[in-house]
Design a protein around this ligand. Structure first.
Ligand code: GAP
Length: 440
């Protein structure tokens, strides 16, 4: 008996509960009653979120010669956001319910107040989603700063720096992972839409004539990334935006969508931004952001293809897709079938008992594995219950150290998905786990 993301309406609650109970994601400032729409990533969640970001970095930067990394500032001056268009257009339509006074994003409520059912609202007004703050001890316009609502602008404002220091030439990309902030009117669905979140964005600069080809390339590459990390094909689809739905900067956009429990929704957007950003920043800053091709003698403003993903949103999709309930040896269990690369712990070392004679060999096994894998070490409760606990948080392999280990210097390796167990010599353990997980 298996559940899928599309067929189980209770899935969101099950995953939210599991995330809290097992230390993936906590409500922020919970001891003070919580702070709406902000979350803290606990001991398992921080590992998994890092793994999501690491998987992205490996694919988008480490595995390529045409993409370099960047880590730009979160705080930015108004000039950046004026040039990017965010000061003027990064708004959502805000309405007040005339009856209960709750505020809503007009395009998300289907004409009925989700709080009291009233259909009477104020006229929509444009609400800017950027968080505004003061930099330094002086108040006033000169000190105004904004928390970035996307990581993308750092790549555009550093275009000339990167070009000069790396000697890259189009087609090439600049990639960044980091926090972004949006004062969302209706944050919702756990970490799907929050006011503070993490993005994984790449700006790929190309010759204008090649833009469409590279756009199609990145749409496919980004779709394949989610498939490769374990999102089933039936839970993933591409949705190309109609021309009237495009953002102010976009010539074409395709979303990678996931079958969330509430329906299809965006995981990532891939946009052809044309020369909008470099032209805007060139005009506003007075610094020419162009490329001069010495071979052809041609000077041009590159077009930008942008795959823009959410790290926290992707983590949520990976959790939802991995969640399964099945029956093993007559007992029901919850198992997170997370890809090996995303699991918070790859291996758990489990001494069969707390007896001291098992401790030293167990520590020896742990020490052999820790430089290579994120490991858990658990001596509490019965071995059956410990297996269930590891299944529930997606640990692909449990390594059990028992009294025979003292004689034969071998351990039992249990596979999370099949629950099959094999006896492996300690000396062969590293190679065995590497081979089985496909990382050798
Ligand atoms: N630079 C383009 C850009 O930021 P976006 O579609 O607004 O495009 C890209 O954001 C991705 O960032 C989204 O597909 C989503 O995964 C994530 N994201 C955006 N707003 C978010 C929010 N409030 N909470 C969580 N993730 C968000």
């Amino acid at each position: 008996m298996e559940s899928t993301p599309t067929s189980d309406p209770a899935l969101l609650e099950k995953v939210t509960n599991l995330a809290k109970r097992r230390g993936f994601i906590f409500q922020s400032a919970e001891i003070y009653g919580g702070f709406r729409s902000t979350y803290d990533y606990g001991p398992l969640g921080v590992n998994m979120l890092r793994n999501v970001k690491q998987a992205w970095w490996r694919t988008m930067v480490q595995g390529r010669t045409d993409v370099v990394g960047l880590d730009a500032a979160i705080l930015g001056p108004p000039a950046v956001w004026a040039a990017s268009g965010h000061l003027e257009t990064f708004t959502d339509p805000l309405v007040d319910c005339k009856k209960c006074k709750e505020r809503w994003r007009e395009d998300k409520i289907d004409g009925v107040c989700p709080n009291c059912g009233s259909t009477e609202f104020t006229e929509p007004r444009a609400f800017n989603l950027m968080f505004k703050t003061q930099a330094g001890p002086v108040e006033g316009d000169g000190a105004t700063a904004y928390l970035r609502p996307e990581t993308a602008q750092g790549m555009f404002t550093n275009f000339a720096n990167v070009l000069a220091t790396t000697r890259k030439r189009p087609p090439f990309g600049i990639a960044q992972i980091g926090k972004s902030f949006r004062n969302e009117i209706t944050p919702q669905n756990f970490v799907f839409r929050t006011r503070e979140f993490e993005q994984m964005e790449m700006e790929y600069f190309v010759a204008p004539v090649e833009a469409d080809e590279w756009y199609r390339y990145w749409v496919q590459a980004r779709y394949d990334w989610y498939l490769d990390l374990g999102i089933p094909e039936q839970s993933l689809r591409l949705h190309e935006h109609a021309p009237e739905d495009l953002s102010h900067y976009s010539r074409a956009t395709t979303d990678v969508e996931f079958a969330f429990p509430w329906g299809w929704d965006e995981l990532e957007g891939i946009a052809n931004r044309g020369d909008y950003d470099l032209t805007q920043h060139s005009n506003a800053s007075g610094t020419k952001l162009e490329y001069f091709d010495q071979a052809t003698g041609e000077r041009y403003t590159p077009y930008v293809i942008e795959p823009a993903a959410g790290a926290t949103r992707a983590m949520m999709a990976f959790l939802l897709a991995a969640y399964h309930e099945d029956v093993v040896e007559g007992e029901s269990r919850t198992v997170l079938r997370l890809d090996w690369r995303l699991a918070p712990h790859q291996v758990a070392v489990l001494p069969l008992s707390k007896k001291p004679e098992l401790e030293s060999v167990s520590r020896e096994v742990l020490a052999a594995l820790q430089p290579h894998f994120m490991c858990d070490y658990d001596v509490t409760q019965s071995i059956g219950r410990r297996y269930r606990r590891q299944d529930e948080v997606g640990t692909p392999y449990c390594v059990t150290v028992d009294f025979d280990t003292l004689e034969d210097r071998a351990v039992t390796v249990r596979d999370r998905d099949t629950t099959a167990q094999v006896r492996v010599a300690i000396d062969d353990l590293l190679t065995t786990i590497r081979t089985r997980s496909g990382t050798s």
